[in-house]
Design a protein around this ligand. Structure first.
Ligand code: PLP
Length: 425
């Protein structure tokens, strides 16, 4: 039976039968027992499906991965130990030394660093493009060895909305997939596969968990990208893998090739799985994702409208505001709301911004974002401090930008706290 997102949030991934636990059990075991060595050998040859070692697969993790795949409308999903691991694996699964990727420049600072610095050390170059550029200018960044385009559906911290359909068209014209980090809107508000994206990544640490209890990530494959049609670009998927008995993923696994390779090679060699206990916590969060996203958006809309009317506020970037330059794109890709994260600038000096943040009562200063508790952060002095001023500007982060993550408290209390802190500036 085809189910709606709200039902998938609750029932997706785990279907207990007679006498089984109603709630997803935590299989907190590193290993799984077999009766004959032949049974175990068939698992290692990928001839049978089954569990043998949690680094490669675990029933709790798999159930949660199935739920996220269903929410995104993908064919498969692999959970990772963090969002960073998800971004890395999503790219590294189809790239190797000598390759190149293109990414929009308005992305999370950690991802920017991963692409600009760490991938470079592995021999993979990244060209950052401005999503505002013309098609022609973006296409000029694509080279014969480019293996994907990467962008965030809603950028952290700027709140820019990615024109997913346009970027998918550009990527596909050049025979490469579009990877979209869908952390902020979550599949409740935006489903990138419906607009042509091929692979979606998540920091499940954020709204999906929603309660700041676990760090995690997910890579979801739509199954739509035809690796064999571009076999020369993606030899890792279309030529025999010597480390796996000469198996060719695209031939052996069809639409599941990308996810199977990611587990069989990257998880096998690099690790980065979540603990089953963390997957369980994530699953609890997912059960209410649909309710929480609606309330995050409702609260954030009211807070953004209030901020816009305050004399101390220089500018507000929230796609739900009709005045926002991304409003039309948000209406197209996320008509039911974007997320609870607002970027705004305060008039005055950097010290005024610090006085404002220090004057808050229950709204906390934390590195985190996108959970039940309202919180603030000054990216230039916190999350993005590893970036130079030039990189900051490239990533669309103004030095006065305050990131406000609107939580699930009573919205009048949130506004009252902001107001009393602004009064102290
Ligand atoms: N992607 C986005 C949009 C993020 O905001 C973050 C973290 O803030 C990440 C990826 C990295 O996720 P994690 O902190 O779970 O490693």
């Amino acid at each position: 039976m085809k189910k709606n997102l709200e039902t998938i949030c609750i029932h997706g991934g785990w279907k207990p039968t007679k006498g089984e636990p109603q709630q997803l059990p935590i299989y907190q075991s590193t290993t799984f027992k077999y009766d004959t060595s032949e049974q175990m050998a068939r698992l290692f040859d990928l001839k049978d499906e089954g569990y043998f070692y949690t680094r490669l697969a675990n029933p709790t993790n798999d159930a949660v991965a199935r739920k996220i795949a269903a929410l995104e409308g993908g064919v498969g999903c692999v959970l990772t130990s963090s969002g960073q691991a998800a971004s890395f694996y999503a790219v590294f699964n189809i790239c190797e030394a000598g390759d190149h990727i293109v990414s929009t420049n308005a992305i999370y600072g950690g991802t920017y660093n991963l692409f600009a610095v760490t991938l470079k050390k592995l021999g993979i170059e990244c060209t950052f493009v401005d999503a505002e550029w013309s098609d022609e200018k973006i296409e000029a960044a694509i080279r014969p060895n480019t293996k994907c385009i990467f962008g965030e559906s809603i950028s952290n911290p700027g709140g820019n909305i990615l024109d997913i359909e346009r970027f998918a068209r550009i990527a596909h014209t050049h025979g490469i997939p579009l990877i979209v980090d869908n952390t902020f809107p979550t599949p409740i508000n935006c489903r990138p596969f419906e607009w042509g994206a091929d692979i979606v990544t998540h920091s499940t640490t954020k709204y999906m968990d929603g309660h700041a209890t676990q760090v995690g990530g997910a890579v979801v494959d739509s199954g739509n990208f035809d690796w064999e049609a571009h076999a020369d670009k993606f030899p890792g998927l279309t030529q025999p893998d010597e480390s796996y008995h000469g198996l060719t993923y695209a031939t052996a696994f069809g639409k599941m090739a990308y996810c199977t390779k990611l587990v069989s090679q990257l998880m096998r060699d690099l690790g980065s799985i979540p603990s089953p206990h963390n997957a369980f916590l994530l699953n609890l969060g997912l059960e209410t994702l649909h309710l929480r996203m609606a309330r995050h958006c409702e609260n954030a809309q009211k807070v953004a409208e209030w901020l816009e009317a305050q004399p101390q506020v220089a500018w507000v970037n929230y796609a739900g505001l009709p005045s926002n330059k991304y409003h039309a794109l948000a209406q197209k890709y996320m008509p039911n709301g974007s997320c609870g994260v607002i970027a705004f600038g305060l008039r005055g000096t950097r010290d005024d911004a610090i006085r404002f943040m220090d004057g808050l009562d229950f709204i906390s200063i934390v590195t985190h974002v996108a959970d039940a508790r309202t919180c603030v952060l000054h990216p230039a002095s916190h999350t993005h401090r590893q970036l130079s001023d030039e990189q900051l500007r490239e990533a669309g982060v103004a030095p006065d930008l305050v990131r406000l993550s609107v939580g699930l408290e009573n919205v009048e209390d949130i506004i009252a706290d902001l107001q009393q802190a602004m009064n102290k500036m």
